[in-house]
Design a binder for this molecule. Structure first.
Ligand code: SF4
Length: 386
């Protein structure tokens, strides 16, 4: 039987302690414990994109209470983000300072190559070498929907252990149909990663999650819950159900469950009537144009960083550009290394799409990733000319 505990309430610190206090822990006094929150972007916790610092604070206090002595917090953020700035903005730096816990920039250490036995797509990955120094890993993701993967929870959060641009590689793999069997390469790659990077403990921060265009362009969802388990897959399944999303409709969850011959009937959730707390998260839109009419996104093999730039750009500037777009008919934006057949006048965002042979008659916004205001500047000059 695999236990999963759910706690609900207004106080993130208190509900984290409540969920953790139900679990049986091994002796952590001589273990080196690595806390991996989501501090991959420059957002305060109230935006629902990054881990709530009070959940991290409660985790540290609880672990110390049960005897853990060697703790650290680490992250490798999305491309273009400075992790120490992200720790500051999320509020995690303040907690780390108060509690005297070191902050680690995963990308600042050399990498270690880990082989993936029987990897379906990947036979090895580059990860932060901190993984060798710590022997008890805690994943503290935010409960979010995700445009590329359906949801992003405790297993997907471990992608932040990958070293520097290894994260991007996951988005750019192309494999023949005989291997993918109709599944997306990214989902298979995450499942391959989970064969060798699997956290020892999971605390899913659903205090303020994100729905819709996650992982960064959605709306905050005040779900007021925390989910804790020693099994990441079980926790992710329970969290999906609480989000109103059928867990096995999420490709990486389904593939990992198959890889592990997982029996979902072995999950025991406390409280047993936990679904009384189910709060439906709006799923990620299949097409961005559902939320931004007259905008078409061509997205093939992009990574989350360029996707975040597009979300931010549309959030900030859509109202201003809408009248111009209406005159033009449509605003076409392309991201990712694999884009093709884009209409005339498409805006190519990011070096990946700018470097394709596609860009014959379009606007290039270079960078890896570029920032939202760069797209705006290019567009202004286009509309002024028009
Ligand atoms: S250009 Fe964009 S999609 Fe390409 S690697 Fe950089 S951030 Fe990712």
């Amino acid at each position: 039987m695999i236990k999963v505990f759910v706690a609900k309430g207004d106080n993130p610190y208190y509900i984290t302690i409540t969920a953790l206090s139900k679990l049986n822990f091994p002796n952590l006094s001589n273990r080196k414990v690595l806390i991996k929150p989501n501090a991959a972007r420059l957002f305060e916790a109230k935006a629902g994109a990054t881990t709530n610092p009070n959940v991290v604070a409660a985790t540290i206090d609880f672990l110390r209470e049960i005897g853990a002595r060697k703790l650290a917090i680490g992250e490798s953020p999305i491309i273009g983000i400075n992790v120490m700035e992200a720790f500051d903005i999320t509020g995690i730096s303040k907690v780390a300072k108060e509690k005297n816990v070191p902050l680690l920039d995963f990308d600042n250490n050399p990498y270690k190559t880990i082989p993936i036995p029987n990897g379906r797509l990947i036979d090895k990955i580059k990860v932060t070498s901190f993984i060798e120094e710590y022997d008890y890993i805690i994943s503290i993701p935010v409960m979010k929907t995700h445009m590329h993967t359906g949801v992003t929870l405790s297993i997907k959060n471990m992608k932040g252990m990958l070293w520097r641009r290894q994260k991007i590689v996951f988005h750019q793999i192309q494999a023949p149909k005989e291997i993918t069997n109709g599944e997306k390469e990214l989902d298979i790659a995450i499942a391959d990663m989970a064969k060798v990077i699997y956290p020892d403990l999971v605390i899913i921060d659903g205090t303020i999650g994100m729905e819709g265009m996650g992982p960064s362009g959605g709306e905050p969802k005040n779900a007021k819950m925390v989910i804790a388990s020693k099994d990441a897959l079980s926790a992710d399944i329970v969290a999906s159900k609480l989000m109103g999303i059928e867990p096995f409709s999420i490709p990486h969850i389904r593939i990992i469950a198959e890889n592990r011959s997982f029996n979902k009937n072995n999950i025991v959730v406390s409280p047993s009537d936990y679904l009384k707390w189910k709060i439906d998260f709006a799923p990620p839109p299949k097409k961005i144009s559902f939320s931004y009419p007259n905008v078409e996104i061509f997205d093939i093999q992009s990574c989350s960083a360029c996707l975040s730039t597009i979300f931010l750009f549309l959030k900030r500037y859509y109202n201003e550009i809408e009248p111009y777009i209406k005159k033009d008919g449509k605003l076409n934006i392309a991201i990712g290394k694999g884009v093709k057949d884009c209409p005339k006048g498409t805006i190519y965002v990011g070096n990946c799409s700018c470097n394709t042979k596609e860009v014959v008659d379009g606007i290039k916004v270079t960078g890896c990733p570029p920032v939202a205001s760069q797209i705006w500047e290019k567009l202004k000059s286009r509309y002024k000319k028009g």
